[in-house]
Design a protein around this ligand. Structure first.
Ligand code: SAM
Length: 196
């Protein structure tokens, strides 16, 4: 991935388009997470860009995203990969995100409402996996669904603060986990996440 490419698209993307609440829309330009309802947040723009760079998708990549939320990160992933499979556990958020992404003319996104801590086995393996909610531990199912040579970006740790991890799978099938920075995300709920 050309490091300049996502930045230009990211800058052209109006974050207020992904926020419904009229008051919150006014804060869309601020570099911080904002509430999107249902106790969830739209991610911090600079972190969305940093995580996208770290994931480093290519135009031939099959990407699994866990935690669609508003669809903001999904749009950036869909712009720089072949196909995005996105999973969100809150149906109302997914419905709104899907409408926004369709309005932006994306036709390379598959949507699923369900428990993304289990991944999306049907289309595995994935070249890239982006998790935008905090897992208690690295979910084994997601590691299993990562392709050889693949990369996964995932926040892991307690609700108060997590470590952003870069997980890679080598050609021999070995799994390497690297800690990148400290972050704070909402919880990844579900079978391989925090209790519902
Ligand atoms: N990247 C999104 C954006 O830019 O709008 C924000 C994602 S928000 C920080 C995390 C999302 O993960 C929430 O929408 C939450 O409902 C979702 N989530 C939490 N646990 C999940 C699970 N097990 N499966 C799918 N989605 C989950």
């Amino acid at each position: 991935m050309d490091p300049k490419e996502p930045e230009a698209y990211f800058r052209s993307l109006d974050r207020s388009f992904f926020i419904d609440n009229g008051i919150m829309k006014n804060y869309a330009h601020i570099d911080g997470p904002l509430p999107i309802g249902y106790g969830q947040t739209i991610s911090q723009p600079s972190l969305v860009l940093e995580m996208t760079r770290l994931l480093s998708p290519g135009m031939d990549s099959k990407v699994l995203e866990i935690g669609t939320g508003s669809g903001y990160q999904t749009a950036i992933l869909a712009k720089f990969s072949a196909k995005v499979y996105t999973v969100e556990r809150i149906a109302e958020l997914m419905e709104k995100a899907k409408k926004r992404l369709e309005a932006l003319n994306f036709s390379n996104i598959c949507y699923k409402v369900g428990d993304g801590s289990k991944g999306w086995q049907e289309y595995a393996p994935y070249d890239r996996i982006m998790v935008t909610a905090a897992a208690s531990l690295l979910p084994k199912e997601l590691v299993d669904q990562l392709a050889v040579g693949g990369r996964m970006v995932i926040p892991v740790g307690p609700p108060s603060m997590q470590e952003l991890k870069l997980v890679t799978k080598t050609s021999k099938g070995d799994v390497h986990v690297q800690t990148v920075t400290a972050v704070r995300f909402v919880e990844l709920k579900g079978e391989y996440g925090w209790n519902e």
